[in-house]
Design a protein around this ligand. Structure first.
Ligand code: IPM
Ligand code: MG
Length: 367
């Protein structure tokens, strides 16, 4: 049997720097765990625009459709701020999500014990925090038609449309209920059913799907209250299911609870392919971080944890994902810190490469 295939799209800013460390981890699995991948690499975002004039070429899109999983670094940067909307780096990312039909975006927000002091919330509110946000990723206001800017009566009007079919709400809800079944069996669905018809439909459909998962305790919350509850008492949540736009906002909010955006991975999953694996793309939640690009000090952990999610969700290697996550917990507990994780006690931060070194050493020690 041939090796599973990975397409690496490092992208812009710190994307290539953190992805270099992920490639070392991938090689480690090939050498030490007999888990080799066929890895290819290509351009996305501003890097693709510079070469092809588009943030994702048709060739790269076609490759992404064929591989077992895509690993993406980050897209965007100030050099591309003035580009036309249609070729902005973010459009490359949105095209991948839409054309691969990656409807279930899993965004875990986990607080590592060693970092509980880094949260802007009191330590006792976040220690042991473990939330999974499931964000619908292929529909809603990000993609709804009509959209655009037009002129009526000499006035410019900006239009976007929130639109959800029941099938779209349902398939994401099933993914969220399935995850809840493997966790603490609690699901909170968030929408704005008090002001939006799409929110009323959302609540109805999630309630209908619940009939198939009677063991899961389902609750509903208005998304604004959800934002408030996330900063008031985040540990009340297990799995949260919400739409594309609310999920974008609530996941940033949840991410910051853990102290550092540089720690959080994500998985975007679609329908099963012929080989049974889901269509999938894995990416850190952080962006391209232009302020520290090229300085060798970015935290590679979110990107490495994204590869751990790939091991778990694409390759059925849960034990190896556990191994990688444990190695990261270990180095953090031992005090390894990149610049974004420096507390008031100070110290010398590790470079991106040095963080890769200590994680590889911890992996070696786990054998
Ligand atoms: C995210 C990002 C993206 C989004 C941007 C870069 C298009 O904020 O993945 O959360 O809005 O979905
Ligand atoms: Mg976002």
């Amino acid at each position: 049997m041939s090796n599973p295939s990975l397409l690496i799209l490092p992208g812009d800013g710190i994307g290539p720097e953190v992805m270099t460390q992920v490639k070392r981890i991938i090689d480690w699995y090939g050498e030490k765990r007999d888990l080799a991948f066929d890895v290819s690499e290509d351009l996305v975002g501003g890097a693709a625009y510079d070469k092809h004039g588009v943030p994702l070429s048709d060739e790269t899109m076609a490759k992404a459709q064929e591989v077992d999983a895509v690993l993406l670094g980050a897209v965007g940067g100030p050099a591309y701020d003035d580009l036309d909307f249609s070729v902005k780096p973010e459009r490359g990312l949105l095209r991948l999500r839409k054309e691969m039909d990656l409807f279930a975006n899993l965004r875990p927000a986990q607080c590592f014990d060693a970092l509980a002091d880094f949260s802007s919330l009191k330590k006792e509110l976040v220690a042991g925090l473990d939330i999974m946000i499931v964000r619908e990723l292929t529909s809603g206001i990000y993609f709804g038609e009509p959209r655009g800017i037009h002129i009526e009566d000499n006035m410019r009007i900006g239009v976007n449309t929130q639109r959800y079919t029941e099938a779209e709400i349902e398939r994401g809800a099933r993914a969220a209920f399935e995850l809840a079944m493997k966790r603490d069996k609690k699901l909170c669905s968030m929408e704005k059913a008090n002001v939006m018809e799409s929110g009323i439909l959302w609540r109805d459909v999630v309630t209908e799907v619940h009939a198939d998962y009677p063991e899961v305790e389902l609750s509903h919350m208005y998304a604004d209250n959800g934002a408030m509850q996330l900063v008031r008492a985040p540990k009340q949540f297990d799995v949260i299911y919400t739409d594309n736009l609310f999920g974008d906002i609530l996941s940033d909010c949840a991410a910051m609870l853990t102290g550092s955006l540089g720690m959080l991975p994500s998985a975007s999953l679609g329908l099963p392919m012929a080989n049974g694996r889901p269509k999938a793309m894995y990416e850190p939640v952080h962006g391209s971080a232009p302020d520290i690009t090229g300085q060798g000090k970015a935290n590679p952990i979110a990107c490495i944890l994204s590869f751990a999610m790939a091991l778990r969700y694409s390759f059925d290697e849960g034990a190896e994902a556990d191994r990688l996550e444990a190695a990261i917990e270990k180095v953090l507990a031992d005090g390894a810190r990149t610049g974004d994780l420096m507390g008031p006690e100070g110290g010398t931060p590790l470079s991106t490469v040095e963080m890769g070194d200590v994680i590889l050493a911890a992996l070696d020690a786990s054998l």
